[in-house]
Ligand binder design. Structure first.
Ligand code: CA
Length: 239
């Protein structure tokens, strides 16, 4: 992806911070659109169709969480949050809402630029993967429609967040193959994750709960190794 084709929506109410970040991003050849409150962020998101969003947490009109939630209802656009908040529950709830990454203020501009590059590389990779003719994946009662971004179990549609969807998709690409937590973190989150190392386990638990009995047992924990999918019949034989 050429930098000139990348449009970044910068949502930040502090003018000094915004103008500094904007200057640095433009120096890297990115296009930058600046919104100084949550309402403008949503307006500009619709009008400008940004490639990526840098989102401050504490904002006038709507706060960053509200903006994140509203955008996630209609788009998977990468969002990096810039936040002075660092309590674990705030961050993990934002990650659950589909936040891609975050940086705690004050941050080094070099680190922000590095995170942006990682997110853009992941986006590029996803676009390339979408070019392959795979349109659906199936394993037992589990089915994924890759075009519509829908997940089904036993013909019933189950709502998954973007990260949950990416995780189950990754497992369903090679269902019988064991994938380690590191491998899954790398593919789905795409960087050296700074959060808790049990992130994958937390997401797997949520997906299992959404699938419910009896099919949740298809997602198998391979102790000390990671996760894979196994047909229910195989599970029964072993237990
Ligand atoms: Ca602020």
């Amino acid at each position: 992806m050429d930098e000139k084709d990348v449009k970044i929506l910068l949502v930040e109410d502090e003018e000094s911070v915004a103008s500094f970040v904007k200057t640095e991003l433009e120096f890297e050849d990115y296009q930058v659109v600046w919104a100084e409150d949550g309402k403008k962020a949503l307006d500009f998101f619709t009008q400008e169709k940004p490639t990526l969003i840098l989102l401050d947490w504490m904002l006038p009109v709507y706060d960053g969480m509200t903006v994140l939630r509203r955008i996630r209802k209609q788009s998977d656009v990468p969002i990096i949050m810039l936040t002075a908040k660092n309590s674990a529950s705030d961050i993990s709830s934002a990650l659950d809402q589909g936040l891609d990454d975050y940086l705690t203020k004050p941050f080094e501009i070099e680190e922000l630029l590095a995170r942006i590059r990682v997110v853009l590389r992941r986006l590029e990779k996803m676009r390339q993967q979408n070019d392959v003719p795979d349109t659906s994946l199936e394993f037992g009662p589990l089915k994924i429609d890759l075009l519509k971004h829908e997940f089904y179990c036993d013909n019933e549609k189950i709502y998954l967040t973007p990260k949950e969807f990416a995780l189950i998709t990754e497992l369903m690409r090679d269902p019988e193959q064991v994938k380690s937590r590191d491998e899954l973190l790398d593919t789905v989150w795409g960087y050296d994750f700074v959060g808790q190392t049990n992130t994958v386990d937390v997401y797997i638990r949520t997906i299992r709960n959404k699938i419910g009995e009896p099919y949740k047992k298809i997602i198998k924990t391979m102790r000390g190794l990671g996760y894979c999918l196994r047909k229910l019949d195989d599970n029964h034989e072993k237990s």
